[in-house]
Design a protein around this ligand. Structure first.
Ligand code: DGY
Length: 348
């Protein structure tokens, strides 16, 4: 699909994206926009090479694509200068390779913060209160009447929520859990972000003015402290060498037997094979997962476990957010092609 066929700068989007603001962001600065409508969920490097072709100024790509040396070299050869992921995470992008080839890289931080945190909250509630299990039970016609013991789960109020990765999304999630469910907080952030601390301090002051009980919170000096102490743990780190399999067999063993673990960051942050074993051995331990180690697949057994809630990487999937991500990705490319810097985390 082509927009503004006469535009002098050729920009390719490897997928159709929602809304039309993103198209305007590009066509208004003289771009011809080509959208790949190929009916394949994940494009291979070869597919993308043929999209880049012999002349291409910029590309908007997706987190399912492997943006490494081969693609950036081809983009450079085709006269390109700009690449943007339509995602905040960019573990699929080799920024060093892009830099070597003189390609600026952008991503889409900010617009998806609240939506992603909301989905992490939804997974927390679903896992803690066994919503999906109960829904399955109901639909299977198994409900024969109220029972004191039917689908007993965990009450969040007054429990401790543990956050690993306290950046934008981790802090928004903490805010939802603290304000909404009166949870206490323990958190660990590798980059020593002070965002979450600022929120809990300010909220504590507010509670004081209302004469309400304070929120107890502390910054942990290791992920282990969070895992040992928290009743609910939500993972929000970036995926890199330091966070690959951050949650492994040994760390799972530190967690409370009835804890809830939520992951809406990246799948490889958890060793999924170890997780399946842990879930089997600890039926009261529950997880809510939006992401998986080998997407689109789940490790064998995970999908059969009643103590796992699994959804297909939809944390940022609200209409407003997805349109915002597409627009920001397009603005990144447009900015670079017009000689302006692109969004944070860029290498230009
Ligand atoms: C991201 O943006 O990194 C999410 O995983 C998809 O919204």
């Amino acid at each position: 699909q082509v927009y503004n066929a006469g535009g002098h700068l050729r920009v390719v989007s490897t997928k159709p994206m929602p809304g039309n603001q993103w198209i305007q962001a590009l066509t208004s600065v003289g771009c011809r926009v080509e959208v790949c409508v190929e009916n394949k969920t994940i494009l291979s490097v070869d597919d993308i090479l043929s999209l880049i072709g012999t002349k291409c100024d910029g590309v908007i790509g997706q987190l399912t694509e492997d943006w490494g040396d081969v693609l950036f070299a081809a983009l450079k050869k085709a006269g390109g200068h700009a690449y943007s992921n339509m995602a905040v995470g960019y573990n699929n992008v080799d920024v060093e390779a892009a830099t070597r080839h003189g390609i600026a890289v952008g991503n889409t931080p900010g617009v998806l913060t609240e939506t992603t945190a909301e989905l992490a909250a939804a997974l927390t509630l679903s896992a803690a209160r066994r919503v999906v299990e109960a829904d399955d039970f109901m639909r299977a016609g198994k409900y024969e009447g109220w029972l004191p013991t039917l689908f007993v789960g965990n009450l969040l109020k007054g429990q401790t929520v543990g956050i690993i990765g306290a950046g934008r999304i981790g802090t928004a999630y903490a805010r939802m859990m603290v304000e909404g469910f009166k949870m206490n907080v323990i958190y660990y952030d590798l980059y020593q972000s002070t965002r979450l601390e600022k929120f809990v301090t300010a909220y504590g002051e507010f509670l004081k003015t209302q004469g309400e009980a304070p929120v107890h919170w502390r910054r942990a000096s290791s992920p282990e402290d969070v895992l040992r102490e928290a009743d609910v743990i939500s993972l929000h780190p970036v995926l890199d060498k330091t966070t690959y399999h951050l949650i492994n067999k040994d760390r799972l063993a530190l967690m409370k037997k009835e804890a809830v673990l939520v992951n809406a960051s990246r799948g490889p942050v958890i060793d999924e094979v170890a997780l399946v074993e842990h879930l089997k051995a600890n039926p009261m331990f529950r997880v809510g997962l939006d992401v998986f180690e080998d997407e689109p697949y789940m490790k064998p057994g995970l999908g059969d476990l009643p103590n796992a809630v699994v959804v297909p990487h939809i944390a940022s999937a609200s209409k407003w957010t997805r349109e915002g991500m597409a627009t920001l990705a397009a603005q990144n490319v447009a900015a670079k092609l017009k000689g302006y810097p692109v969004w944070p985390n860029s290498n230009n």
